[in-house]
Design a protein around this ligand. Sequence first.
Ligand code: NAD
Ligand code: MG
Length: 399
Amino acid sequence: MSAPANVAILGATGSIGRSTLDVIARHPDRFRAYALTANTQVDELFELCVALRPPLAALADARAADTLRARLAAAAVPTEVFAGAAGLVALAQWPEVDAVMAAIVGAAGLAPTLGAARAGKKLLLANKEALVMAGPIFMAAVRASGAQLLPIDSEHNAIFQCLPPRASSGLADCGVRRILLTGSGGPFRTRSLAELAGVTPDEACAHPNWSMGRKISVDSATMMNKALEIIEAHWLFRAPPAQIEVVVHPQSVVHSMVEYADGSVIAQLGHPDMRTPIAQALAYPDRVEAGVPSLDLGRLGALTFEAPDFARFRALALAYDVLAAGGTAPAIFNAANEVAVAAFLRGTLPFARITDVIEAALAGVPAAAAANVEDILEADRRAREAASANAGRRFARSA
Ligand code: NAD
Ligand code: MG
């Protein structure tokens, strides 16, 4: 039996990070938590280091890292602590690390996730924003280094499972007609536009099926999450936008589907529990226990599907526009959303204005060619400026 695979978890204190640690803990013979990172969460990372004794840890916030280092030394825990954005990249590329779980939320995950891709790691991708921002650069890095890229997002993990192994060379070669990306429709699926006006952050974060971090929960409520996932699917599977369709499926049991030229539609089903895709990717191509119970279809009764409403959830149409525009447009789209969601969660932007702020940033910041990461980061910065100005102004007017 070979030694356990050393896993680095970027975003270890988050929803995906915790689920990853849960799966790892079930298989000490196969996986070891080797490096753990977080943003500012000293207490949480300290407790994880005491319990799991990973050789490495890092905090993006340098002062928080100093505190963690001192507390671990006092507790005689031999974890080496790194700091800042460079510290996160160092852990993602560490020679002894075999697999990297990229589970930081938002653009902050781009540098370490891309670092892992460039270092040729087995890369488990939850941080969809990194791929949306820098799709061609990211995929080129994966190809150049020979990194093994495995999707964690439940839909993309499902699609991966429904495709033949040779699909990495492009969908046309394996007879794929369409990718059917399922989405629950979020907590506001049945609400009218007027009813969406006054919703609160807690209402937006109360997802009917999934328990997730707050940013992705708001993205689910606006269906921006599905919009980002359209772009994610485009890059991961080299799927032309016209072959990616969204279908609303409120029960979140069918995680996505692939339709072939002969009319066959292959789906992957399971409980809405991220430990399934995490275990699938960690153990790939083996299968291991993930702590997820069997699906009781008799008890579930009905699985239902409906067409998405592009009028209420404008982010969906924007995803196709942004893909058509190319270059830095997806990075602008993503950055404006991050600013708008943060403002909504702070209580300074009404829910119904989130998509307005994204549209205004796309209109105000011209998309350009993206030759390198600097071009992407510049577009990200300009979109954040535009969106911040807009988020403030729009709220002032409506308050
Ligand atoms: P979360 O908010 O629960 O956790 C985020 C993690 O990232 C935390 O560990 C936090 O410390 C870290 N982090 C945040 N900002 C950072 C920064 N500036 N620098 C360094 N680290 C930072 O988020 P989550 O729900 O676990 O989502 C993580 C990613 O996975 C997102 O990209 C999300 O879209 C994707 N995803 C999540 C789910 C889910 O079920 N939660 C499903 C599919 C995809
Ligand atoms: Mg998803």
